[in-house]
Design a protein around this ligand. Sequence first.
Ligand code: UDP
Length: 328
Amino acid sequence: MRKRVLITGAAGFLGSHLSDRFIKEGYRVVAMDNLITGDLRNIEHLFKLEQFEFYHHDVSKFVYVPGQLDYIMHFASPASPIDYLKIPIQTLKVGSLGIHNLLGLARAKKARIMIASTSEVYGDPTVHPQPEEYLGNVNAVGPRGVYDEAKRFQEAMTMAYHTFHRLETRIVRIFNTYGPRMRLNDGRVLPAFIGQALRGEDLTVFGDGSQTRSFCYVDDLVEGIYRLLLSDYVQPMNIGNPNEITIRDFAEEIIKLTGTTQKVIYQPLPKDDPKQRRPDITKAKNMLGWEPKVSRADGLKLTYEYFKSLPREVLYEREHKNFDSYIK
Ligand code: UDP
């Protein structure tokens, strides 16, 4: 009998890559998404498969899935600073009401559940690089608070179900990840820069560009997540690429990659924008034998090919088509 996995946020960037991976590994995939920030184009190719099914549902409301479930992967959430500025309440709800519903479902089905947490639980970190033991520096009432605190609550809730209900739980703290199927208009730095290059616009660096990020290619991330799910490790684990770069240098890399003749322009730094971020992945290395394999040069090439292949009008979609109906 094939194992059956529920993936929430399956039409999103990470959810769709996870769906592909589980199908490849021989699972039945139950995909769920309310399509606020997800896009069915990311999983269109899976609908023809007998072992794939899709529910258009908001996990912040009671979740019902008939039949057996072996695993639940909770990857539903807005995940870019621009998105959670636009839909702050939904962001809080999916990380709190949503996880409560899914933990209940996991109990009922005796399923193992993994939650997507984030490096945002470390806030604007004062420890560098960030090991899992670092407790973070988060502003609960700042613009990122709705995401950061929802994810922190989600970790606490998941751990409580593990401790009190003996539920099998896994917590992955995901650092900046990139690759095909990122939403071009979600405001994240990589789609922002590549979109600007493709439209012939200047590249907008926020602040002086000295802030750092460490970018992980999506296939590496999915491999780490898959190994963590099958491991017996229940404490939070960082999965990300420790190769760190300033945003200014990153803009230069995108200019070289795309051959754009546009220049870098500087805009104000958003509030609470972390100054540095880099995962300490010692645990993942030791416990999962995992480390990233794809260089930034190779990953960026693959990602650029994807963005170039999109229909031209997608480049000009300034906002996700479903936002309006949800915000009103
Ligand atoms: N950023 C930028 N220009 C943009 C979009 C983002 O300079 O057009 C910066 C942003 O201020 C941050 C970094 O790039 O310092 C990464 O931003 P992103 O939104 O991708 O992710 P996060 O801040 O959550 O890591």
